[in-house]
Design a protein around this ligand. Structure first.
Ligand code: MLT
Length: 411
């Protein structure tokens, strides 16, 4: 009989969003008439914008003709999209990149999950707490942690983010080799200024750590002086890998397209002290395990950068951020302590009356028929907190807040 990967057995039963979906489905079965509003998983609701759809249609037509049909594309992405990424997302920030430093993929989730494969098993992982669960779970699966005890995995450096520290993590107090940062943060909505981020880059350069920087929500930054990319910080090209996505920026959650930047100057070493560029290892990993994003999808992603595409996408981001303001303001009026929602499409709130996160989840679902995400699902420091997303349509957003105010009996 085959043996299982016992590291998987260290994980709690199901992935956070799968558990929420299970609970909501069972509530729906028991209450088929309930009009459920979903502010749980960060999934967009607005359709793809016309510029993207037009480009996709054209690409489909190309695939239908023998002269323009394409089979396997480059595993790293087509040059047209890698170029568009550099010219539109990085050049305006003063960041120069080579095309072979940009890897197009089917999602930031896959990339942040897979990146750990190119690191040795003995590296110590640091994560903020609360955190997007994929960073932690994939390192558990890879055997980089001990067991789960009192809500924490052995061997992981947890960097607590709470109201006391303004949800800003401190530098690791003990050795850390792989540091995951998500900014603007999912779930808390926190951002760091350039000088705050510089401390992390300086730390990584001094200690030889690598920063795995998830900036999937950078398009939601509304305040000035917040870096959109870690490469805006001097020295980051020596120590950081950056993940970006078209999912939340351009409504690609169901279409799937993202990219990862691995500068050729980011090095890690063997136990015997030899330096190796991570770009080469990631390229090796992707060419072996991934066959590229469909041509049709990459053409659609390229259109995100067209003049029309940018304008149309900006309107949608503004729409979601108006939702975020409606949620924030409504919760404040209801006497709830709120964070985030200014540079991110997530609103992080303190559960009223010190309720446990899952208890509040059940109350919200049962009494207001609104789905959110329990803060404790993001880590032990998320206990007593809760996350709502701004990605619903306007009517549902307004209705959800009205129900929270009138049905929950909070005061
Ligand atoms: C979330 O709700 O945190 C995100 O939608 C999850 C994801 O992007 O995979």
């Amino acid at each position: 009989m085959a043996f299982v990967n016992e590291d998987y057995l260290k994980l709690p039963g199901s992935y956070l969003f799968a558990e929420i979906a299970r609970r909501v489905a069972s509530f729906k079965d028991a209450n088929p008439e309930a009009n459920i509003i979903r502010l749980g998983i960060g999934d967009v609701t607005k359709p793809l914008v016309p510029a993207v759809v037009d480009a996709m249609h054209k690409a489909v037509d190309e695939m239908a003709s023998v002269e323009t049909f394409r089979g396997y594309g480059p595993e790293q992405g087509y040059d047209f999209l890698r170029k568009a990424v550099i010219e539109n997302d990085y050049a305006p920030l003063g960041v120069s990149l080579d095309e072979d430093e940009v890897f197009i993929s089917d999602g930031a989730k896959s990339d942040v999950a897979n990146i750990q494969e190119i690191f040795g098993k003995d590296n110590i992982v640091a994560i903020t707490d609360p955190v997007y669960p994929v960073y932690l779970d994939t390192n558990v699966m890879a055997g980089r942690t001990g067991k789960l005890e009192d809500g924490r995995f052995g061997g992981i450096v947890y960097l607590p983010c709470n109201a006391e520290n303004g949800f800003v993590p401190s530098l690791p107090a003990s050795k850390a080799d792989m540091i995951y940062l998500c900014l603007p943060n999912n779930p808390t909505g926190t951002t760091l200024t350039k000088s705050e981020l510089k401390k992390w880059v300086d730390y990584a350069r001094e200690t030889g750590a690598i920063i795995l920087f998830d900036s999937a929500y950078e398009a939601y930054i509304t305040e000035p002086d917040i870096p959109h990319s870690i490469y805006e910080v001097e020295g980051a090209k020596e120590c950081a890998i950056e993940f970006r996505s078209f999912s939340k920026t351009a409504g690609f959650t169901g279409t799937r397209c993202a990219y990862t930047v691995v500068p050729k100057t980011v090095m890690a070493r063997t136990k015997s002290g030899e330096s190796h560029p991570l770009n080469k290892l990631w390229n090796r990993r992707q060419t072996t395990k991934f066959n590229g994003v469909p041509y049709v999808v990459q053409k659609a992603a390229e259109a995100v950068y067209s003049i029309e595409g940018r304008k149309q996408i900006k309107e949608i981001i503004d729409y979601y951020m108006t939702n975020a303001k409606i949620i924030r303001d409504g919760l404040v009026e209801a006497g709830i302590e709120v964070y985030g929602g200014i540079n991110a499409p997530y609103i992080w709130l303190k559960t009223p009356n010190n309720m446990d996160s899952w208890e509040f989840f059940d109350k919200l679902l049962n009494e207001a028929n609104v789905v959110g995400t329990p803060g404790s699902g993001f880590g032990p420091s998320g206990a007593g907190y809760f996350r709502l997303t701004a990605f619903a349509n306007r009517g549902n957003t307004i209705e959800a807040i009205a129900r929270i105010k009138t049905r929950l009996n909070l005061v």
